[in-house]
Ligand binder design. Structure first.
Ligand SMILES: [Mg+2]
Length: 269
């Protein structure tokens, strides 16, 4: 995967497309990975440049597995759009909306979390109820691989019985409604809603690969030019490298890139 800083000329060219959008993942992309989700903070430099970009571009959106409001509270930039729970909810202009298909699921998730708390009373495991989805974290377990096996064993029957979907995360396993909405379908919806002609997507994990593929699925469509940028780390998933157009090394590189973008983006691009 070519290094983005060797190909800024291509991004510069794409920036001529208007309206232009920037869509970024949060954890591991603009926020360094922390021991627990609650300890994670958005890099102040990323926040500063995103704020400038939100004034210049037609759309600056953050997309996260966290609840939309939580992503919003981490960034605190009013002009941005915040997509939470892997695409199931959107915060914009002061309120959060859950997609219709997921409306019934917060109570199913709540019951599943209750059952999992009983099944997974294991040192280091924490279970996060995020409303429309849940995440089981095992980063702090003394034996993460063993913990992961136990999580999957516990989820096997439970997910099936409650018609929930299981998805791997970074040292975490996600439990989601059986709705075919992901970061990819969400990116396509944003391109449509904001009538974007150009765009950039930044992400670092499994769920971001759906977004990379969605950007590429528009390739035959001359009306949109987009680049998928994979943020590499020691924990990056297989497929991130092969599916992205360009790479950046960690949050520090994303800071540098957003600085470049904030200087090179035309007004109301
Ligand atoms: Mg991430």
């Amino acid at each position: 995967m070519p290094y983005l800083f060797d190909h800024l000329d291509l991004i510069k060219q794409a920036l001529r497309q208007s309206p232009f959008g920037l869509i970024t993942d949060v954890d591991g992309t603009i926020s360094p990975t922390a021991p627990t989700p609650a300890q994670a903070e958005v890099s102040p430099l990323c926040r500063q440049y995103l704020s400038i970009l939100s004034e210049k571009l037609a759309l600056v959106a953050a997309i996260s597995g966290r609840p939309a409001l939580e992503a919003k509270n981490m960034l605190q930039i009013d002009k941005m759009v915040y997509i939470g729970n892997h695409g199931l909810e959107r915060w914009s202009e002061g309120h959060t909306e859950l997609v219709d298909e997921a409306e019934e699921y917060p109570k199913v998730i709540k019951a599943a979390v209750k059952e999992l708390s009983r099944l997974l009373a294991i040192d280091g495991i924490s279970i996060e109820d995020k409303g429309a989805t849940a995440t089981i974290h095992y980063r702090l377990c003394p034996e993460p691989e063993l913990a992961k096996e136990k999580i999957h064993a516990a989820l096997k029957d439970l997910a099936q019985a409650r018609h929930l979907r299981i998805m791997e995360g970074k040292m975490a396993v996600n439990l989601l409604p059986p709705v075919s909405i992901n970061k990819g379908t969400t990116v396509l919806a944003l391109i449509r809603d904001y009538q974007l002609r150009g765009g950039i997507y930044l992400g670092d994990e499994y769920t971001d690969i759906d977004a990379f593929r969605a950007l590429h699925s528009t390739a035959g469509n001359l009306a949109f030019q987009g680049f998928a940028i994979g943020v590499t780390s020691p924990e990056m998933p297989e497929g991130l490298v092969s599916e992205a157009d360009f790479s950046l090394n960690g949050v520090a590189d994303v800071e540098r890139f957003l600085q470049w973008l904030s200087r090179n983006a035309p007004e109301s691009g």
